[in-house]
Unconditional design. Sequence first.
Length: 349
Amino acid sequence: MGFVKSGAQQRAAGAGGGGLREEMIDGQRLVRLVRIPKAELHLHLEGSIEPGTLREIDPSLSLAEIEEYTKYEDFAGFLRAYVWVNKRLQTPEHYALALRRLALTLAAQGVVYAEITLSAGVILWKGQDLDAIYGALWEESQRAPIAIRWIFDAVRQFGAEAARPVVEFAAGARERGVVAFGIGGDEVRGPAREFAEVFREAREAGLRLTCHAGETAGPESVREALAIGAERIGHGIAAIEDEALMTELRERAIPLEICVTSNVRTGVVASSEAHPLRRLYEAGVPVLINTDDPALFGCTLAGEYELARRLGFSEAELEELAKASLRFAFAEPDAYGASGSEQAGSSGP
Ligand code: HPA
Ligand code: ZN
């Protein structure tokens, strides 16, 4: 774990948030979880950068400084930490280095395919050259040991006008690995309905659509995301409060990109035991296991599967979740060498 936690975060992690403390780790079981071929579909490049890599990017940073600026107590604090890391990235080479390190970590977790989210909205907000940065990332991703595609993310609280150039760039980069457009950030300050038009433009340009929703806001936020055409929901855990919404997600086979440790660390759930993952699954809602921002949350993908096992999933069910992660990819199966195209679009768990 790279980042130092506050007292409150340590207490949360002790309740299961870091996931692997209370019980002895069964090494062989973890190895089995690592070995299952799987996809990571909700993963922010900028949230994956470990302190050592940040120091390579900016050697003037001390570990103490990194710890100081990446400490947080709640979701708002997490967003500030996330922006702080983003601001350290100044050149295309910085982004490419972050990707090089992430791709190795993913391969070591048994990830065969990743859809990595790039905070393109933040890059434009920083006034940087998105074309040069994405060019470096695309080149780097083609050297990676796993298959990688990209989701371009705009920032909800920056508003819909700021999202439009993100969509335009993403649409023009479909031949170079960009598969989807999404929105993240503060769902309370930037409601999905304000993005209806940009989502329509993205869809018409051939981009797939995902949307962080129901993470810090209630089920109505997930409903808004569905109303503007989201095909997957980032987090979506508030759906547990709304039976009819769960039915809709089940019937339309819209998966929730679940990130248990993320939700514990940002304080949107009280503990991993309180996380609705298992209840959503039992209600037939398609669920996917992800890390979100593994460096900032101190988690790994195999660790998240282990956490799911502790929340009641059998090993056979975990294998099913891994298969679902590949099935719900936005790219065609040939992007990751799978032959399972007949599974595409079939319902979740
Ligand atoms: N939610 C909202 N904004 C974010 C996230 C997230 O999970 N990760 C990085 N920015
Ligand atoms: Zn996220």
